[in-house]
Design a protein around this ligand. Structure first.
Ligand code: DGL
Length: 285
């Protein structure tokens, strides 16, 4: 027994491959179809209506390909469109916000969590709400870091310019050093975070710079790992696991340019995700 149909994963672009990578590690027998809406990325600076419409069009494509479950591997889409997507399809859908929020709420010892994400995700307060649902006594400090996605998209994952952009982006949460070496902290000493939640698919790819900026005392939480665990549980509960010993296949679809997707995926992930095909969604502008 078992269900050999693929799992569908959706993201605005290549960033969701960080989630696919964890899913493949956690569930090595499962086949996957990944859809990146590169033609219309980034989503993080779009209106909520656009994010909802684009997300539904992409999930329509995955459902047409008979996936048995879907992971919305985009934080912006999860934050803005998840309830509407769950109403639209019978297929079980996992988002990335709740798994990450739960992991962060359980990781903090001081009950102070920082969340960094795209402007649309922060505007939705989805992480704030999900962390409060898990533990209402956790203080949540949300902060949009719009400069990080373009860096990763450009393949800039390491180096002094990345460290500097990350340091600047995190300063409102973590504080910064003046030219005289003095620290300026935006939050009072009794309100400093001990946990930082990466609320965007791209941020795990610059985690070294982020860890460099936070230092030792701050736990850095990535939704991808927690989401793969939730997916594993969902498949088990619904008896949707692939038969043991299945030979999995992995297909990546992009609404954008196939060669460009493959080149970026190779740059970011090596040769793991290179079975790329084009897919057309309505009005891919
Ligand atoms: N995938 C998006 C997210 O996780 C980041 C990239 C974008 O803005 O489209 O929010």
């Amino acid at each position: 027994m078992g269900d050999a149909r693929p799992i569908g994963l959706f993201d605005s672009g290549v960033g969701g491959l960080t989630v696919l990578r964890e899913v493949v590690r956690r569930l090595p027998d499962e086949s996957t179809i990944y859809l990146g809406d590169n033609a219309r990325a980034p989503y993080g600076t779009r209106s909520d209506d656009e994010v909802r419409r684009f997300s539904a069009e992409c999930l329509d494509e995955l459902v047409r390909r008979d996936v048995k479950a879907i992971v919305v591997a985009c934080n912006t889409s999860t934050s803005v469109a998840l309830p509407q997507l769950r109403r639209r399809y019978d297929v079980p859908i996992v988002g990335v916000v709740r798994p990450g929020a739960t992991a962060a709420a359980l990781a903090t010892r001081t009950r102070r969590v920082g969340v960094i994400a795209t402007p649309a995700t922060i505007r939705s307060h989805a992480y704030f709400q999900a962390i409060k649902d898990e533990n209402p006594f956790v203080e949540v400090y949300e902060h949009a870091t719009p400069d990080f996605v373009p860096l990763v998209e450009a393949g800039r994952l390491h180096g002094a310019d990345v460290d500097e952009a990350v340091r600047r982006g995190l300063a409102p949460l973590l504080g910064e050093r003046t030219a005289d070496g003095e620290w300026i902290f935006p939050l009072p000493a009794d309100a400093r975070i001990d946990t930082l939640l990466l609320g965007c698919t791209h941020y795990p790819l610059i985690v070294d710079s982020i860890r460099g900026a936070t230092g030792e005392g701050v736990a850095v939480i990535d939704s991808a790992l927690a989401t793969a665990s939730v997916l594993a549980e969902l498949l088990a509960i619904n008896e949707l696991r692939a038969p043991a010993g299945s030979t999995p296949s992995h297909l990546q679809l992009t609404t954008g340019d196939v060669e460009r997707f493959r080149a970026t995926a190779t740059l970011l992930f090596g040769s793991e995700f290179t079975a790329v095909e084009a897919v057309i969604v309505p009005e891919a502008a």
